[in-house]
Design a protein around this ligand. Sequence first.
Ligand SMILES: [Zn+2]
Ligand SMILES: [Zn+2]
Length: 418
Amino acid sequence: MAKYTRLRGTTDFIPPQSEILRSTENKITETIKTFGFREIITPTLERKALFTRSIGETTDIVEKEMFSFKDKGGREVVLRPEGTAPVVRAYVEEGIYGRQKFVRYFYRGSFFRYEKPQAGREREFHQIGVEVLGCRSPYLDAEIIYLGVKILETLAIKDFTLELGSVGCLQDRKAFVEKLKVSLGNRVDLLCKDCKRRTEQNPLRIFDCKVKECRKLAEHLPSLLDNLCNDCKNHLHKVENTLKELHVRYHLHPHLVRGLDYYTGITFEFQHNLLGAQNTILAGGRYDNLVEEIGGAYTPACGFALGLERILLALKEEGKTPADRNGIQAFACYVSEKEFLPAFCLTQELRKRGITSDLDYSGKNLKHQLKSANRVKAKYSVILGEDEIKEGKVLLKNMDTGEQKLLSKEEAIEIIKQ
Ligand SMILES: [Zn+2]
Ligand SMILES: [Zn+2]
């Protein structure tokens, strides 16, 4: 038993898992960049008030899941539980809305929620998100949903469902909440403890509750979509029409509220069909009032976030986990100790030429070195012996076929590079 162990809900990504995580992340961000997004990097640590204000006091995240503590100066700080509020904070604080009316940002990094760890729900997790600030066009809502589709396509993830909904504008929500309270009536008693308490402050949270009884009851409650004003209805229709134009299949969800209070209007979730309870792999929506809420001028906005761990689980479920590709292209070997230094220098030269290379430092015999080359799955071994050095050549061994050729260094490099 190790003396020091990692904290519950955190993960060590050991190669090849680390490489799979990064290569997946890179594929996703490359796709995001083709839509004109630029990366924004914000701190991991933020003031607690930023999230209680933006996400909402009565949400699960704020009530139970924040990694919060007091720093030495007595400030209430948290490890960020999500990415949108920090981006909006930076946007307002740096005065970006005064200079640039329309921006597209993406972010990536670690996020933290203190929850009971389970598959696809760790306490430290990795997200990539996009935010478009400064535009109310429904075409943008449709476009970021389309970007979600494109990302999953790039990763070859196929078995997912797109849920589309709308929580309406603030006026719609206010009216809906009243209607909801009436409709709930004395059925409030059937709700779980959390929901019972929340019905007073924020009854919409019922639709986000995972408790079976609450979910069952929610099915029979009025639909948010039937209670939208004309403006919100039109917005939703335009999003739907654009999605149809782009051949994106979706399912209209009557109660897609998401676990955050800042959403207004369109909400969406990509759910993977082979994952269990934690099946949301990418989700977002419109949050037209958040910039104002955080102290900026009115700036309509929309965005989404995806969970990398869940994306990796989805890939695994579909049997598409990227292969372990150890990057060693050439492994330098020495026949005797005399050739060690030439092999060492050859390794440095290969690296300089852009070839990923390594060698065995143990000083053991050639057979042992070739075993090491196999262990790192090297494509070629470049063997140096007394004769090779005398002739100014190298013995190039293809590690797959076992074929060996005596070549000049340049010829060998040409073959390795192919
Ligand atoms: Zn409305
Ligand atoms: Zn509940």
